[in-house]
Design a protein around this ligand. Sequence first.
Ligand code: HPA
Ligand code: ZN
Length: 325
Amino acid sequence: EITPEFIQGLPKAELHLHIEGTLEPELKLELAKRNKVDIGQSTIEEVRQAYQYDDLASFLAVYYPAMQVLQQEQDFYDLAFSYLRRAAENNVRHVEIFFDPQAHTSRDISFETVISGLHRAIVDARALNVDAELIMCFLRDFSKESARKTLLEAMPYKDWIIGVGLDSDEHNNPPLKFARQYEDAAAAGMHLTAHCDIDQKDSIDHIRQALEIMGVERIDHGTNIVEDPDLVDFVVNHQVGLTSCPLSNSFVRPQMKGEEILQLLSKGAKICINSDDPAYFGGYINDNYYALADQFNLTQQQVIQLARNSFEASWISDEKKALYL
Ligand code: HPA
Ligand code: ZN
C-alpha cells in the first residue's frame, strides 16, 4: 500500500538524530586519513565488519571510540553538511540535531571547535531548504559536575542551541541526576527533552521523573510508556512529543516496537518517526518510515499523521508550523 514514493513526497521534520551517528564509513576513513588517526580499519568493508552490536551498551562501545576521527572545525562541518544534504534528499524540511559536546571536550577538542563547525553547516544548509537547530545532550554516564561545566561552556553560544537532552548509558543514570542542569537550561531559554530508552531497567520511573518533575517537552524513544495508562494520558493531554526510531529499535533493542507506536498514535500522542544514528542502523528517515509502514501495514492516514506529528512536536515557531500543518 505505502510506497517509498509516497513517503518521499511528505514533508517531514526529524527530531531524534545524533549528528555523530551520521558518520558514514566513507567519511570516517577520509577523516582518519586527514587527521592521521589510526582507527584499526582501512577499508569500508573492515569498518562495516566492526559494526557488531545487539543492545545499547554494545552499540555505544562501537559508537563513542569512532568519534576520535573528528578533530577540526572542518570535520564537524563536513559531518553535519553531509547529513543535511541527506536530510534534504529525504524531504526533511526541519531538523533538531543532537550533539554530544562531552564526547569531544573529553578528548581535548574545544566546545568552540565542535559548535562552530556544526553551526556553519546549518547556515549553509539553508540553501538546501532545510532548516536546522541544535540540541545539546549531556552524557548521562558522566558526572553532574561535568554536565554543569558543559552548560557553562555552552552559554556564549546559547542562541545557537534550541534545547538540551540526555543520552548515552541509561543504566543507573536517571533523569533526576541532572535536575539542576535542566532547571538552569530552562532558565536560559532552552527547551527540554531526554532519552528514556526502551526496556531499560526503571524506564517507567525515568519517564515519570522527566515528565512530572523536570518538565520535559519530549521523551526520546519512550514507547515503554504504553505500560502506564496514566502516563499515556499525561503525554496526550500535555502534547508531549515522543520520538521513535524503528530501525534503531530493531538493531539494538528487542524489536521495532511497531505495535506500541501504533497504539500511541491511535490515542492521539504526538509520536513521530526518526533515524537516531542512521550511519549505524541501516537507514535514513524515509527508510525508517518505510520499514514501519511495510511491516505493520500502515495506512496513508497513519503515515500522514506521523509526519504531521513531527512538526507539531518540533520547537519551530507557530507561524512556521502553520506552513506544514
Ligand atoms: N540512546 C542513548 N544514547 C545514544 C543513542 C540512543 O538511542 N543514540 C546515540 N547515543
Ligand atoms: Zn538517540
